[in-house]
Design a protein. Structure first.
Length: 411
């Protein structure tokens, strides 16, 4: 993996990918996930583009990556809830000879962050919190300026102005309670270094943790339990959960992360907790050291479950339509024609709306993309470092929309 790919992957994880890296040039922002804007040209709602079909351009591209040893995982394309393309490659657990398949669950890293935004909006919809609430309305122990000035909205848009100290990435956690206690202490060490509401160059991990802690304070449940009950179960995401490391090691349905070392060899990160990634953008990290994903982040999901989640964002399953619109409305310009929302990125490609979120970690690549105007959902899940996720997202979007790089709102 070269340094350019490292920079692209870092930006991909921070903002959701397609909008941040320019895998396909963006147009105007996504107003919401279910506006019903008329699609034009090659993106007619009922059309199944040849490139999306088995044997089509996207299928051949992914097969070539797998043959070259650059992709291990699952890709899925769904149109209006029906699977058009589903492919699985590589091993979920090499030691036990278990192959990846459509029912394999992969860890999501930042691709799971929108679960937190949905949880917050569910509670806002019920009138149990407001997006304008400052941190101090629900939580104690934060610096006075953060408690009084930083709101839920600021954190969900990444404009809190907070900065957090580096996490202890070498620590091997042994229980859910240990993870939770550490996250609470770490989040409360945040400092206000910018102006809330304005974009800044800081990446405050607490912007994911603090909203999740607010969900806990308001709901009375742990973040992990809340998401499993009110999002996964409500969507019928039966293969999704927040699994612990012991479960990850033993459950045949969970893909192990295969991390590339400096000498080019690959190891199962779960079985080599003493090893860390050599790449600058995630140096020394190992996802297996966490006993369970941090509050506000991650989770495990299968590709079909992510299709269910993406569709549930627009059909009233998770949020009433006005609140679903709040989730995906464009709120922050990320580039000339791309925008951040409360979790995904938002843009128009080839004349249709696109919402998308990616994540990555050593041995982990994940992305889900929704094309709400035409009813498409695409999922990419990988358990290797070498998957060219930025390019894969672009190829998927090109297959679905018919757009070529440089196409934007004009489609």
């Amino acid at each position: 993996m070269d340094s350019t790919r490292g920079v692209d992957r870092r930006r991909l994880v921070r903002w959701g990918g397609l909008a941040a890296t320019g895998a396909i040039a963006a147009g105007v922002p996504l107003a919401n996930a279910g506006t019903g804007h008329a699609a034009t040209g090659s993106s007619r709602p009922d059309r199944i583009p040849p490139a999306t079909r088995p044997g089509g351009a996207y299928d051949r591209y992914v097969a070539r990556l797998a043959a070259e040893g650059r992709f291990s995982g699952v890709v899925l394309l769904s149109h209006r809830g029906r699977t058009v393309l589903s492919r699985s490659y590589g091993m979920a657990d090499r030691e036990r000879g278990i192959r990846n398949h459509s029912g394999t669950a992969f860890t999501l890293s930042s691709a799971g962050k929108p679960f937190c935004a949905v949880a917050v909006l569910q509670l806002a919809q019920q009138g149990r919190l407001r997006l304008s609430d400052p941190v101090g309305r629900h939580l104690t122990g934060f610096a006075p300026d953060i408690a009084e000035q930083v709101t839920v909205h600021h954190m969900l848009t990444g404009t809190s102005g907070m900065n957090t100290p580096d996490e202890d990435i070498h620590r091997v956690f042994r229980s859910r309670a240990e993870v939770h206690a550490y996250q609470e202490r770490w989040a409360r060490q945040a400092k206000l270094v910018g102006t809330p509401g304005l974009p800044n160059g800081f990446h405050a991990g607490a912007e994911a943790a603090v909203p999740a802690l607010i969900v806990e304070a308001v709901s009375g449940q742990t973040y992990w339990d809340y998401v499993e009950e009110h999002i996964f179960r409500r969507c019928g995401m039966t293969g999704s959960a927040f699994h612990t490391r012991p479960r990850w090691l033993t459950d045949e349905r969970l893909a192990h992360p295969y991390m590339t070392l400096a000498d080019g060899s690959r190891v199962d990160a779960l079985r080599h907790l003493d090893q860390g990634s050599p790449y600058e953008y995630m140096r020394d990290r190992n996802p297996g050291r966490a006993f369970i994903d941090a509050v506000g982040d991650g989770g495990f999901a299968t590709a079909p479950d992510l299709v269910r989640f993406a569709r549930a964002l627009g059909d009233g399953t998770l949020l009433d339509r006005p609140w679903a619109d709040v989730l995906t409305a464009a709120k922050l310009p990320l580039g000339p024609a791309s925008f951040g929302t409360y979790g995904p990125s938002a843009e128009i490609v080839g004349g249709q709306w696109v919402i998308q979120r990616a994540g990555g970690n050593p041995g982990v690549c994940a992305n889900w993309t929704s094309y709400p105007d035409t009813g498409w959902v695409g999922v990419i899940l990988a358990n290797c470092d070498d998957a060219p996720l930025v390019d894969m997202i672009g190829r998927e979007t090109q297959a679905v929309t018919g757009a070529t790089p440089g196409d934007g709102a004009g489609g």
